[in-house]
Design a protein around this ligand. Structure first.
Ligand code: PMP
Length: 444
């Protein structure tokens, strides 16, 4: 027995080392990190420049409490981060992970409303399905029943609107009309809740594992921004997974030219080299809150110099090697390869995503998008078959209110075309084995 525990009993080999897109266990077996862990390792493993920057910081100081000292690493990372944000979003608050970034965002939003004399505003509308974290505040926003329902009595119920799962729709609307239809759900919900009770709307610009890299139609993004403005509601972009170049832009928001009011970052931001996240907000929001007596929120490890040195080196590396550009280019290549799988495997019903945040979904019928039978346990079976063959992918079984198996394919942003080929060969081998096991047809 190990003294250590996580969410379930799932014995895994001991990790020995990482190198680029690869991880090695202590028996020397090599794995392609096809999901960057949990969409974290944007610059790959053991990047020498990042490690050197961390060593240099370690030789100076690894901790200085923020109330006692400023540190060069945290100031430099804040400046660098602000420069990468849309205009006016330039105040940075450091945390240690994604849930903390989301908690910080909604608490800042609430304090800002108080400074505006809008005491009645406290509801944060989010989407279903979605993932915003597992701490109780962030969990209340998370649209994923298996994780949230047991804790209902301990959380404040927050309103949810349907995420734009347009790939399931069988209406005659155009893409543009569909996008607007889903965006209008926000207006309906605000009206139903009472506009003066609604504080903010939070969304993942490209969905994570809860939706399998869901991308909304173009028209959705701008209309959501307009509706928030119309009702004086803050727009929070949860870019914990999509930020730091993952989707082929530094922020996913840039694809649609959207300026949110608050942005949550983590994961790729320090790319697994240190626990780090950030909440970045509009200057006037932060100024109003600081003027009102201060932000009533903060974590001991906030702005940890070692974590910030890692984050700074990671962002420098993303820029130096143009990993955002590579994510866009390799994302196209990989997406086309995944779409190509649909010719061979009729049980792949949809391929979606942006940049190197991609996913495919399995179905028993492409026309109706009926999920595979639960008994096939596809989401865990394919992951295991790939793992045995040396490829790590990430899966979930959820789709709106119903279940559906989808698989995230999100390798480090340093991946080359030859490595895409290598990854696809293993994936196809695993899919063949899965089809054989499950008795599903495979085209020649
Ligand atoms: N928001 C999003 C969009 C995420 O993908 C995640 C993590 N999967 C979180 C928040 C929570 O981050 P963490 O696990 O670091 O608390």
């Amino acid at each position: 027995m190990s003294n250590l525990f996580y969410q379930s009993r799932q014995p895994r080999p001991f990790l020995d080392r990482g190198e680029g897109i690869y991880l090695f266990d202590v028996d020397g077996k090599r794995y392609i990190d096809g999901s960057s862990g949990a969409m974290v390792s944007n610059v790959g493993h053991s990047n020498p420049r990042v490690l050197a920057a961390m060593r240099a910081q370690m030789d100076k100081a690894t901790f200085g409490y923020r109330l006692h000292f400023r540190t060069e690493a945290s100031e430099a990372l804040a400046a660098k981060t602000a420069a990468l944000m849309p205009e006016g979003i330039d105040r940075v608050f450091f945390v240690s992970g994604g849930s903390e970034a989301v908690e910080s965002a909604i608490k800042l939003a609430r304090q800002y409303a108080l400074t505006q004399g809008q005491d009645s505003r406290w509801k944060v509308i989010s989407r279903f399905p979605s993932y915003h974290g597992c701490t109780l505040g962030a969990l209340a926003l998370t649209g994923y029943d298996p994780l949230a329902r047991p804790f209902d009595p301990m959380m404040r119920d927050m309103p949810k609107i349907a995420a734009p799962t347009t790939y399931l729709d069988r209406d005659n609307l155009s893409e543009e009309e569909r996008g607007l239809k889903y965006a209008e759900l926000l207006r309906d919900e605000i009206t139903a809740q009472g506009p003066d009770t609604v504080l903010a709307f939070i969304m993942e610009p490209v969905g994570g594992a809860s939706t399998g890299a869901l991308v909304a139609p173009e028209s959705y993004y701008g209309r959501i921004r307009e509706i928030c403005d119309e009702f004086g509601i803050l727009l929070i972009y949860d870019e914990v997974m999509t930020g730091a170049g993952r989707t082929g832009k530094f922020l996913a928001a840039e694809h649609w030219g959207i300026t949110p009011d608050i942005i949550a970052l983590s994961k790729g931001f320090a790319a697994g080299y240190a626990p780090l996240g950030a909440m970045v907000a509009r200057n006037d929001i932060v100024e109003a809150v600081l003027d009102s007596g201060g932000f009533l929120h903060g974590f001991t490890y906030a702005g940890n110099p070692l974590a910030c040195a890692a984050g700074l080196a990671v962002i420098d590396e993303i820029e130096r090697a143009d990993l955002t550009g590579n994510a866009a280019r390799m994302g196209e290549v990989l997406k086309a390869r995944l779409e190509g799988l649909m010719a061979r495997y009729a049980f792949i019903g949809d391929v979606r995503g942006k940049g190197l945040l991609l996913a495919f979904e399995m179905v028993s019928d492409r026309d109706t998008m009926e999920p595979l039978p639960t008994a096939l346990n596809a989401h865990s079976r394919l992951v295991e078959l790939a793992y045995e063959r040396g490829l790590i992918i990430y899966s979930r079984r959820t789709r709106g209110g119903i279940t559906g198996d989808h698989f995230m394919i999100a390798p480090p942003l340093i991946i080359t075309e030859a490595q895409v080929d290598e990854m696809m060969a293993i994936l196809e081998d695993a899919l063949d084995a899965f089809a054989l096991d499950a008795g599903l047809a495979v085209a020649a």
